[in-house]
Design a protein around this ligand. Structure first.
Ligand code: FAD
Ligand code: NAD
Length: 475
């Protein structure tokens, strides 16, 4: 027998879950959200991976480390010198922790304001849309709802030969909480986490070696963009070894001894800490009772259709726990859409224009198709590019690195993809996503006035360049 009846129960209070809960409550549905995440103080900390050990804390450390790095590497160009700059790691990490607390507390406030009933504990879906909650003290209660939204997120993949110990071999959470700059940091995986968190510790002075199993760097990005980015990361001092597969990691006397192989054979490497960032897997441990009817797909993710429905009446799933990119904003949109579908409205998720951003220096951002994807699909296309080196604002900022590349359909001129590496591109990609959502053409973008002098002129010029009429470069 259930103790309480709701219209909607959300299991998981990360980006996907808390968006679903807030939107459901806004639509007048009696909503509960169950989340098990405990913060450093042992109290409930809503916001999941993103707010606790993901998007927000990583950006806090990226920004702090960038400020420090700029003192020695950017300010002298401006005629400013600072002697003996030091980082106080207590303050560095403490600032990040404060930001995390501010935002996790903010979600709790939003839940209160929207009259969402919040449960702190582990939720398990039972047959018939009942949910069993096990509190931290072990106490159990059962609640039920017409609709249940599963938003249990993801956890780091652990390599069997380099198991996390939280001290020497660490995951993303560990890499956000190091209390002394490691002299030598090893990173397994030149993916998003490896590059972002590797950059943080490199900027503070660590010698960072990144081992990437694949022969190509950033295979998901457009090849031209990845090429520029690799060159810049090398300048930063990230030692990125491609085609390098980790075979063994052993902790000996406060050091991690690595064995890896590449096309030249077997090599060894000794580091003080090892960050393993080889991807994440959907987290469904203890989430589903055997008879609840929800199925997992071949990669252990909750199987859903195009509308995030599991096939079990009234049971939906969103965010990292289901197919698609593991990005907070993809989860936001799925959470909102499912709440709207439940309320009988027309929800929508724009899967074709999901923006990707890597918050390194330079930043990397893209939306839509790469040149390779279009080639493979046999779609005729034309390309326009523009370098930040010819953008006055970028030069004035001493950040004139990288470029914007716009790809449009060869016949219709519709924008099919935009790929960028350079200053502020995490923000510049938004206007391209809007243009693509409105089925805009390169010509549309070329006719839109962009303020001078701004970084956005690179997007404008790339659009002009699609038709070989960029003003500030040869075409
Ligand atoms: P999660 O955020 O993982 O939340 C799931 C929640 O459900 C957790 O709180 C978990 O405790 C809870 N839960 C799980 N099972 C149960 C259960 N049975 N009962 C109760 N509670 C349960 N994405 C971006 O878009 N931009 C970025 O800049 C970015 N940076 C990142 C940096 C790092 C270091 C990492 C690791 C990830 C980053 N991501 C970023 C990815 C982003 O964090 C995830 O895509 C996003 O958090 C997924 O949201 P979610 O709600 O699906 O899952
Ligand atoms: P990732 O998929 O981005 O990169 C993992 C990398 O590890 C890949 O390049 C892969 O080839 C490599 N790899 C896998 N096994 C290996 C092995 N045995 N040895 C060496 N290399 C190996 O995964 P991640 O960096 O762990 O991040 C997980 C997810 O979190 C991302 O896919 C992304 O969705 C999300 N995230 C997003 C952001 C952002 O949006 N800025 C930031 C951080 C994380």
């Amino acid at each position: 027998m259930s103790d309480q009846q709701f219209d909607v129960i959300v299991i998981g209070g990360g980006p996907a879950g808390y968006h679903a809960a807030i939107r459901a409550a806004q639509l007048g549905l009696k909503t509960a959200c169950i989340d098990a995440w405990a913060g450093k103080d042992g109290k409930q900390a809503l916001g999941g991976t993103c707010l606790n050990v993901g998007c927000i804390p990583s950006k806090a450390l990226l920004d702090s480390s960038k400020q420090f790095y700029n003192i020695a590497h950017n300010l002298p160009v401006h005629g400013i010198s600072v002697d003996n700059a030091k980082v106080d790691l207590g303050t560095f990490i403490g600032r990040k922790d404060k930001i995390v607390k501010q935002f996790t507390g903010g979600v709790a406030q939003l839940f209160k304001a929207n009259k969402i009933t919040s449960f702190f504990g582990k939720g398990k879906l039972l047959k018939g849309n009942q949910v069993e909650i096990t509190g931290n003290d072990g106490a159990k209660q059962t609640i039920s709802a017409t609709n249940v939204i599963l938003a249990s997120g993801s956890v780091p993949i652990e390599l069997p030969f380099a198991k996390f110990d939280g001290k020497h071999i660490i995951d993303n959470a560990g890499a956000l909480d190091i209390n002394e700059v490691p002299k030598r940091l090893g990173v397994i995986g030149a993916g998003v986490i490896g590059l972002e968190l590797g950059s943080v510790w490199r900027r503070l002075g660590a010698e960072v070696t990144v081992l990437e199993a694949l022969p190509d760097f950033l295979g998901a990005a457009d090849a031209d963009i990845a090429k520029v980015a690799l060159k810049e990361f090398k300048k930063l001092g990230l030692d990125i070894k491609l085609g390098a597969k980790l075979a063994k990691a052993e902790v000996k006397k406060n050091e991690v001894h690595l064995t890896y192989t590449d096309s030249d054979g077997e090599h060894s490497l000794v580091v003080d800490k090892l960050l393993v960032a080889v991807g994440r897997r959907a987290y469904t441990d203890g989430l589903l009772s055997e008879d609840c009817g929800v199925k997992l797909d071949e990669r252990g993710r909750i199987a859903v259709d195009d509308h995030c429905h599991t096939g079990v009446d009234g049971v939906w799933a969103v965010g990292d726990a289901v197919r698609g990119p593991m990005l907070a904003h993809k989860g936001f949109e799925e959470g909102i859409a499912v709440a709207e579908w439940i309320a009988g409205k027309s929800g929508h998720v724009a899967y074709d224009t999901i923006p990707w951003v890597i918050y390194t220096e330079p930043e990397i951002a893209w939306a839509g198709k790469t040149e390779k994807q279009l080639k493979d699909e046999g779609v005729p296309y034309k390309v326009g590019t523009f370098p930040f080196a010819a953008i006055g604002r970028a030069v004035a900022m001493n950040e004139a690195v990288g470029m914007v590349k716009m790809i449009a359909h060869a016949e219709t001129d519709r924008i099919l993809g935009v790929h960028m590496v350079g200053p502020g591109v995490s923000e510049l990609i938004a206007e391209c996503v809007v243009a693509m959502e409105f089925k805009g053409s390169a010509e549309d973008m070329a006719r839109i006035m962009h303020a001078h002098p701004t970084l956005s002129e690179a997007v404008h010029e790339a659009a002009l360049s699609v038709d070989k009429r960029a003003i500030h470069k040869g075409n």
